[in-house]
Design a protein around this ligand. Structure first.
Ligand SMILES: Nc1ncnc2c1ncn2[C@@H]1O[C@H](COP(=O)(O)OP(=O)(O)O)[C@@H](O)[C@H]1O
Ligand SMILES: [Mg+2]
Length: 248
């Protein structure tokens, strides 16, 4: 019996005939862990995250999430796995012209049948859940505000609420605080930390800011040219370790 909800073995990827972008990567993670993913631009961070949620089919290795090898799944099964994985991005990836609650309800679409999702018909249960998620991210009263009018920090809160409505057990963050100022970054990281503690959510968050990684991520992994060169506690990420990861 293992508590891993993610088990990556010998993961390798190359785009087309290009050079390998991920090389023989091994990684396992348990529920409730908060892992910071660091590495230079081009190191393969986004590719790794996209292999985990099945958006990229790697050229080699296994990516087991919830006990299933994602690359080998049929599209319908992949969608089911993806439903349990929330993504948050630097660019927020919200529908700007829609309200906060409609964006959060998008998290429920994976559970709806085609007709319901086409018509955007949601049950009272879904609406209540969406409202509760909005409240939990501190946006009470913003349900009907159009997302375009929100600040960056508020937009990221909406994206987090969407992952909650989705019932995500894993949240993957791709530079999710890169567009935010220092104070807003802290408030978003605190929100994610609370969420992980409360729901035992696994967080795997790529980031540039080492200080943020050290403060909020008890475990740090470092990618260099597609190779996982560091996997240890935040305390172990001293200057020489940083140099090793970030100097080409
Ligand atoms: N869709 C793609 N097609 C071809 N090459 C890509 C694609 N996406 C990323 N790459 C290349 O893969 C490498 C790793 O990219 P990426 O995973 O985005 O790294 P990071 O997120 O660490 O900046 C880079 O050299 C990038 O140019
Ligand atoms: Mg990237």
């Amino acid at each position: 019996m293992t508590s891993n909800i993610m088990q990556i073995s010998n993961l390798t990827h190359r785009y087309g005939r290009g050079a390998p972008v991920l090389q023989g990567l091994n990684l396992s993670a348990s529920p409730g862990e908060i892992i910071g993913l660091i590495g230079l631009s081009g190191a393969g961070k986004s590719t790794l995250l996209r292999c985990i949620n099945g958006l990229v089919t790697p050229t080699g290795g296994t990516v087991e999430v919830f006990g299933q090898n994602v690359p080998k799944l049929r599209e319908s099964q992949r969608r089911r796995v993806r439903r349990r994985i929330g993504m948050i991005f630097q660019e927020f990836n919200l529908v700007d012209r829609l309200s906060v609650i409609k964006n959060v309800l998008v998290g429920r679409l994976g559970y709806a049948n085609t007709l319901t999702s086409c018509l955007h018909l949601f049950s009272k249960l879904d609406m209540d859940l969406a409202r509760s998620c909005i409240s939990q991210v501190g946006l009470d009263g913003y349900e009907d505000v159009i997302v375009r009018n929100l600040s960056g920090g508020q937009k990221q809160r909406v994206a987090i609420a969407r992952t909650m409505a989705q019932g995500a057990e894993i949240i993957l963050g791709d530079e999710a605080t890169a567009n935010l100022d220092v104070r807003t970054t802290d408030s978003i990281m605190e929100l994610l930390q609370d969420l992980s503690r409360k729901n035992n959510t696994l967080l795997l968050l790529s980031m540039h800011n080492l200080d943020v990684a050290r403060r909020y991520c008890p475990r740090i992994i470092g990618l260099k040219h597609g190779v996982l060169t560091f996997d240890a506690s935040a305390q172990s990420l001293d200057d020489s370790a940083v140099k090793e990861i970030l100097v080409t």
